[in-house]
Ligand binder design. Structure first.
Ligand code: SAM
Ligand code: SF4
Ligand code: F3S
Length: 553
């Protein structure tokens, strides 16, 4: 039997005796695909950050599975740990720095263990700094280098077995799933994605809901934000590639698809004009006006995916979402598509960041409070009952108490369903890092708590309006009866679900309605993955609870 070392750059190859052996056949049945005796690492991906990182993780896991590796359930059991990092705030990076000692101990116990750091903490200009901050890491890959993971680890091989991704039921179309991905050019993310999708090499974490990236990077210049530095400029995926991926997801039975991008409203501006999009007439402002006539946009994409129908004429993907939308370039064409496409959910995440024009100006957000309010009004008129969520930063450079109060006033006025709020965290290299970070930490915390307390009242009031109504829920989880984690994903109000006994009428289930409200209900576990009607009986500040009425119409 031959052993295969992981030839990580700058690291001496481990001795044979230290190398992990190929794992026994797993629950996923991967063992039956094993074609040789090579020892391949068991990998574990630890993902922090936003949906884009989760989507990237699915691609990396898919590539490793396709190379013949198996997935380990935890870091402790892995031979290869991939940390998919976030750098949006210092706390996100601190989480990984805080794990360096633990990783060093794991490596001391198992010298064959390799650690790779990917994601937004890896930026071109800071490799030396990275090596100092993350001493347990063997290899650093920027987000646009992630497709190189398998090749850089020396795992790409023509004999790599082609494995269907966990949970994926999509057949490979036209492309041999065993074909290893070629080493990609750094800016070739759209092409890499297309090959991964065609080869069924995206290890989707769910069989119900799928991420569908449509645009990479960000061209905006929000002065506080690290994302344009870590993810580079915007690159749209070709229109037909996105629609083809959506069609595959529909065929595989996905009930909900979320189009992803740092600013999905920018989609298509960098694609060539084509006669079939001659009816698309729009422009974009980036310091100057750019005419975008004849290019696809997100509205066109939503309509094309909505037009994928079942034999009875219903949308093949019943729920379509998109995130994130920048208020600057959310146009009438998108609002009309939201209003007219039955599959597009009545929910929008529309980050406002601040309720003060002066602060918005310093943030480089390019809109005013008045224009934001006008947008909200137009959305509510076009899509009655739309659920709205937002992001807010408190304590940005120079934010006065009066300016903070303007943000509270905006929340009172708009009455968002959900607000994701955070204290400003200066990010090295961003324009705001050169401004004085002059709101003391205690004051930032005080403002954050005050804002969250206000939003709890507003969110609760918005939720109470659902009591007595029947709503469509896509059931996606069996709630744990105890020790419910109240994590970043906000799976509900622990006061409402924690500690409750399993009800006689089934297990406790969770899901979301089209307006993105978290709904708990009791029912049989096999409702997971189904669209059902639920009558809402109770409202908490962060979730609703109701009883099962029946299947959705
Ligand atoms: N592209 C989205 C947009 O335009 O709003 C948001 C992307 S960012 C990944 C998510 C949120 O992180 C932002 O909306 C902002 O509220 C928050 N954020 C970004 N940089 C931050 C910083 N330096 N400090 C605190 N929060 C930050
Ligand atoms: Fe960051 Fe602004 Fe881009 Fe959002 S739009 S990712 S906040 S720079
Ligand atoms: Fe974090 Fe990068 Fe997303 S900084 S929030 S993982 S785009």
């Amino acid at each position: 039997m031959s052993a295969r070392p992981l030839p990580v750059l700058d690291i001496p190859a481990p001795r044979r005796a230290e190398m992990p052996r190929r794992p026994a056949a797993s629950a996923h049945g991967l063992g039956e695909f094993a074609t040789d005796d090579l020892a391949l690492p068991r990998f574990h991906v630890w993902t922090l950050g936003c949906q884009m990182n989760q989507s990237d993780a699915e691609e990396m896991a898919g590539a490793l599975l396709a190379a013949g590796c198996a997935e380990a359930p935890s870091m402790d059991e892995a031979d290869l740990i991939v940390i998919n990092s976030c750098a949006i705030r210092e706390t996100a990076e601190a989480k990984i720095i805080g794990r360096q000692g633990y990783l060093a101990r794991l490596k001391a116990a198992r010298p064959g263990l390799r650690v790779v750091l990917t994601g937004c903490a890896v930026r071109p200009e800071n490799r030396d700094r990275l090596a100092r901050r993350y001493p347990a890491v063997d290899l650093f890959l920027r987000p646009d280098e992630e497709p190189e993971l398998v090749a850089r680890l020396g795992l790409a091989s023509p004999t790599a077995p082609g494995l269907l991704a966990r949970g994926a039921t999509e057949p490979a179309e036209g492309v041999d799933a065993a074909t290893p991905l070629a080493r990609p050019a750094a800016d070739a993310l759209p092409a890499v994605r297309a090959r991964a999708v065609a080869g069924a090499q995206v290890a989707r974490r769910s069989t119900i809901q799928a991420w569908l990236p449509i645009i990479y990077g960000c061209d905006k210049t929000c002065t506080y934000c690290i994302v344009p530095f870590s993810r580079g400029p915007e690159r749209s995926r070709p229109f037909d590639d996105v629609v083809a991926e959506a069609r595959r997801l529909a065929t595989a039975g996905y009930r909900e698809v979320t189009l992803l991008g740092q600013n999905v409203n920018s989609y298509g501006h960098d694609l060539p004009a084509e006669p079939r999009f001659a009816h698309v007439r729009r422009s974009r402002e980036i310091g100057r006006r750019i005419e975008l006539d004849g290019r696809p946009d997100i509205a066109e994409l939503l309509r094309a995916i909505d037009a994928i129908r079942t034999a009875d004429g219903a949308p093949a993907i019943p729920r379509l979402r998109f995130i994130t939308s920048h208020p600057w370039d959310l146009g009438e064409r998108l609002i009309a598509a939201m209003a007219e496409c039955p599959s597009v959910c009545e929910h929008l995440h529309l980050p406002v960041q601040s309720g003060s024009d002066a602060v918005l100006h310093r943030m480089g957000r390019q809109y005013t409070v008045a224009s934001y309010l006008d947008l909200v009004e137009r959305l509510r008129r076009a899509v009655p009952g739309i659920g709205l969520s937002t992001d807010v930063i408190v304590g940005f450079c120079g934010e006065t108490e009066a300016q903070f109060q303007e943000t509270l006033a905006l929340l009172e006025r708009v009455r968002f369903d959900t607000v994701f709020a955070a204290a400003f965290s200066p990010r090295p290299g961003t324009p705001a890092a050169r401004l004085p970070d002059d709101v003391p930490a205690d004051e930032k915390r005080r403002r954050l708590n005050e804002l969250l307390a206000l939003q709890e009242v507003i969110g609760w009031e918005r939720n109470r309006a659902w009591v007595g109504r029947t709503t469509e829920v896509l059931v996606d989880t069996v709630d744990r009866p105890r020790g419910h984690e109240h994590g970043a994903d906000d799976r509900g109000d622990p006061r409402e679900v924690a500690g409750r006994a399993v009800p006689a009428d089934g297990v406790r289930l969770g899901g979301r309605n089209r307006e993105n409200k978290l709904v708990h209900l009791a029912g049989p576990a096999d409702l997971v993955g189904q669209l059902v009607r639920v009558r809402i009986e109770h409202a908490g500040p962060y979730s609703l609870t109701g009883s099962l009425v029946g299947p959705a119409a």
